[in-house]
Design a binder for this molecule. Structure first.
Ligand code: CA
Length: 235
């Protein structure tokens, strides 16, 4: 089973951060909290979240600055960002959206409205998280039946290869380090050598690719692996 989506809450008011954590966890999300912009950037590079809930007014680095820097990084380039702002001036909203925020909510807000907006952004940007079926190029995954097809061909995968592919298909184009894949697929409480990831990626490639097919898994030197949608589409 894939892990539930992770929301990074960036909020310096601890009472609000606690309230957000409580409500998001009740909705089934995993939650990490950062109390300032620097911590947000650090946490998001350690474990890229599926969505960032970002306060506009933050100590150390402003929400806009955090958003800009998240967008500049490979691993968070496509991560949805919902901004929380006390300001409701049109120019600030436009600026937030210009910096790459996907949506904004003006404080004070109703929790149920905020949760609905988060669900909507998740659905729009990562339909994978809500779906039983994933597709990337000519690869199709049925997560309930545990079946994978490439084109017309059935692909047989071991459980670990299945989980790796599931995770990569949820985040097409995003580069994951071996450590991030270990954490996502094996869990952070299990000790597995980073090389083990290479072994399973090797098996996954062998199962996915027949001789004339293009390899959809990209090895990024000294960084890790990604599922390259453009490559898969071209196959
Ligand atoms: Ca604040």
């Amino acid at each position: 089973m894939a892990k539930s989506p992770m929301v990074l809450v960036v909020e310096d008011e601890s009472a609000l951060a606690d309230l957000l954590r409580y409500n998001l966890e009740r909705e089934g999300y995993r939650v990490a909290v950062a109390v300032d912009g620097e911590e947000a950037l650090m946490l998001s590079s350690e474990a890229p979240p599926d969505l960032v809930l970002l306060d506009w007014m933050l100590p150390k680095a402003s929400g806009v600055e955090v958003c800009r820097r998240l967008r500049a990084r490979q691993e968070t380039r496509n991560t949805p960002v919902v901004m929380l702002t006390a300001r409701d001036e049109e120019s600030d909203r436009v600026r937030g959206l210009d910096m790459g925020a996907d949506d904004y909510v003006t404080k004070p807000f109703s929790m149920s409205e905020l949760l609905a907006r988060i669900r909507a952004v998740m659905r729009r940007i990562r339909p994978a998280l809500a779906d039983d079926k994933l597709s990337c190029g000519d690869i199709l995954m049925d997560r309930v039946a545990h079946r994978v097809r490439r084109g017309a061909r059935e692909v047989h995968l071991g459980p670990t290869e299945f989980r790796i592919l599931d995770y990569l298909m949820q985040h097409p184009g995003r580069v994951f380090s071996r450590e991030q894949l270990l954490d996502a697929v094996w869990g952070s409480d299990v000790y597995v050598e980073a090389r083990t990831v290479d072994v399973h990626i090797g098996r996954l490639r062998k199962a996915l690719n027949e001789s004339d097919e293009r390899d959809p898994i990209r090895t990024v030197r000294s960084a890790g692996y990604s599922l390259d949608m453009a490559t898969a589409d071209a196959a």
